[in-house]
Design a protein around this ligand. Structure first.
Ligand code: 5CA
Length: 156
């Protein structure tokens, strides 16, 4: 098991969650890749996107079918200026590389917004620390584990 996957699994256990990760050698780097490998809807894939909100890193958990509306993210978390984090900032803020950023289990707790569309499913799939490992989770557990604010986040 990749050490990032072990780290995510340990973080989940600390949060009282038993997480079963699944490795797909063909890769799960993007939401589309992940949906294809898993055999689920793209909308069931959790994109864990890192932004700087007024200069501080935050996480948006967005359905794979949706495009994030940055103004909605700012509204959900109570800030103003939103900027996309670059690859280096993502790794520094979370401890994971782009394409593998999990929704929780980061090096420090980050303010999090959860796309309300994810709550339509019984199970959604998120990255488990690398671009080839994922895990299923009930969206309610995702909200609980992250302490996230559920909000409309998509561009309409
Ligand atoms: N493993 C999949 C799904 S479980 C995954 O991690 N998808 S993701 O959407 O959360 O991560 C990929 C995202 O990283 C892209 O949607 C994009 O927003 C972002 N990204 C890709 N390249 C860069 C880059 N060079 N700088 C900043 N962000 C990037």
């Amino acid at each position: 098991m990749h050490r990032n996957v072990a780290k995510l699994t340990a973080a989940a256990a600390e949060l009282g969650l038993s997480v079963e990760t699944k490795e797909f050698p063909e890769g799960t780097r993007t939401a589309e890749d992940a949906a294809r490998a898993i055999g689920c809807e793209v909308a069931q894939i959790v994109k864990s996107l890192v932004f700087l909100l007024d200069g501080e890193p935050v996480v948006a958990l967005v359905s794979g079918a949706n495009r994030l509306d940055e103004a909605r993210l700012a509204a959900a978390l109570g800030g103003t200026e939103v900027a996309r984090a670059d690859a280096d900032t993502v790794r520094k803020a979370t401890g994971y590389p782009i394409g593998g950023v999990p929704p929780f289990g980061h090096d420090r707790r980050l303010p999090t917004a959860v796309d309300e569309d994810l709550l339509r499913f019984d199970v959604v799939w998120a990255a488990a620390g690398t671009p080839r490992d994922v895990f299923p989770i009930a969206p309610g557990e995702l909200v609980r584990a992250t302490g996230g604010a559920v909000a409309p986040l998509k561009v309409v």
